[in-house]
Design a protein around this ligand. Structure first.
Ligand SMILES: CCC(=O)SCCNC(=O)CCNC(=O)[C@H](O)C(C)(C)COP(=O)(O)OP(=O)(O)OC[C@H]1O[C@@H](n2cnc3c(N)ncnc32)[C@H](O)[C@@H]1OP(=O)(O)O
Length: 320
């Protein structure tokens, strides 16, 4: 189940507002990733787009924690990797505080540890490492998969409108879809295979979609693009684990950890191909791996996540 397919009770369908113009600044940079400094190494974030699970979106907490970490490193250093654990559900009704520990400052690398806190207790622990941009004779990458360009594909909104036209759609599913249509999700998505999106087929747990931040960010601030990509990378990620099963009742789905490696410069407000697969699930957990490709074929970032997936128990048919 991906983030736009959540199952919760909901309101009737609202009117669909017009799409946010690409000329408007992305809310990710004007609000979500703008942290308020409240003391040395201590920041406060604002919550935005609350999934129907009523727990804070993991990508928001990662993105904000990375912004906090990046504030204490020089402009010549760039995040090359992050590793984190989600240890408690984030409460959407109160802000998250970010406490940064300057673990080490070296000549080429700086490491920061960030604790995201609510009510005095950690909800996320994150380590991020920053590296000097250094030339290297060692250079390789896989080739980007060949897929249609985003301009030739339907947007998530178009696909959602199509699915909403189905008469027997659950009210709960409608509410999740309408949150996407109301532009609360600050990300634009164009699935490469629309049939996979509408869950009409079960396939190998592999999918690809074009993705970018909604609204304009502009070039120049690579630190910011990296934090936006960290936000984006948690979207429709763990749901990949469910693709090879016919619709199952998910009782609880939550990311347990998340890791990212940043390989090359990119713009998070320009289309990137997110290639996602789930090589394994078992023991109420599932693993997902992802690659974010620039549309010119350069590998921008790699991601990996393990998540908790608890299904509702099947009905006991023996008594029927
Ligand atoms: C896109 C996806 C996302 O962004 S998800 C958002 C980011 N990730 C998160 O918010 C996850 C944050 N982490 C957590 O919530 C905790 O670490 C989790 C994963 C829940 C830890 O699980 P656990 O150690 O079981 O916690 P807990 O004992 O407090 O129980 C939480 C609820 O789960 C239940 N539980 C526990 N064990 C079982 C079990 N074996 N089988 C079935 N249910 C179990 C507990 O009863 C408890 O339920 P309840 O909340 O009281 O209703």
């Amino acid at each position: 189940m991906s983030e736009h397919e959540e199952h919760e009770d909901g309101d009737p369908l609202p009117e669909c507002p017009p799409m946010v113009s690409r000329d408007l600044k992305s809310i990710l940079v004007t609000s979500v990733l703008q942290l308020e400094e409240i003391d040395v190494g201590l920041y406060r974030g604002k919550n935005h787009w609350i999934p129907l699970s009523r727990r804070l979106f993991g990508g928001q907490i990662i993105g904000q924690a990375l912004v906090a970490a990046a504030k204490s490193v020089g402009d010549h250093l760039y995040a090359h990797s992050l590793h984190c654990y989600f240890v408690r559900a984030g409460d959407p009704d109160i802000p998250v505080l970010y406490n940064v520990d300057r673990v080490r400052d070296g000549r080429s690398f700086c490491v920061r540890s960030v604790k995201a806190i609510q009510r005095g207790e950690p909800i996320l622990v994150l380590q991020a490492s920053f590296h000097l941009d250094q030339p290297s004779p060692l250079m390789h990458q896989f080739s980007m998969p060949e897929v249609p360009p985003p301009e030739d594909l339907l947007s998530l909104e178009d696909l959602i409108r199509f699915v909403l036209g189905k008469p027997d759609l659950e009210q709960k599913v409608k509410q999740g879809f309408n949150k996407v249509l109301a532009n609360e999700v600050p990300i634009e998505v164009r699935p490469v295979n629309p049939l996979q999106f509408s869950r009409e087929v079960t396939t190998e747990p592999k999918r690809m979609f074009w993705v970018r931040a909604r609204g304009h960010i502009g070039e120049g601030n690579m630190k910011l693009h990296v934090c936006v990509a960290a936000y984006i990378s948690d979207y429709s990620f763990l749901g990949t684990t469910m693709m090879s099963y016919p619709a199952k009742r998910v009782k609880m789905m939550a990311s347990l950890d998340h890791a990212m490696w940043f390989h090359n410069t990119f713009r998070a407000d320009e289309w990137m191909l997110y290639e996602v697969n789930s090589p394994w699930a078992g023991g109420s957990r599932g693993l997902v791996q992802g690659r974010l490709w620039r549309r010119d074929g350069v590998l921008a970032a790699s991601c990996c996540q393990e998540g908790l997936i608890r299904l509702t128990a099947p009905k006991d048919r023996s008594k029927l």
